[in-house]
Design a binder for this molecule. Sequence first.
Ligand SMILES: [Ca+2]
Ligand SMILES: [Ca+2]
Length: 87
Amino acid sequence: MSWTNLAEFSIGTDPCDACPAPPDNSGDGLVLSNDVFFITSRFFLTSSDTNYTPLADIGNLTGPRDGIILSNDVFAATSRFFTGCTP
Ligand SMILES: [Ca+2]
Ligand SMILES: [Ca+2]
């Protein structure tokens, strides 16, 4: 899978990287439960929290990040479960 370049600019990843980190934050090429946990473990964190990361705030990819980790951010990962990419 891959994000659109617009989405990658919003997330902050490299549009030239065929396998961007979110939602595959573990970097193994597949979206699995540990990648979802990466987001759920940050639930309700806001951009003012030190453990907040835009890599988990991926629910709204057509506009600016909303700055809080909520269910739509988790869904952005779970909806891509078992998807991968070819580097
Ligand atoms: Ca992964
Ligand atoms: Ca969010």
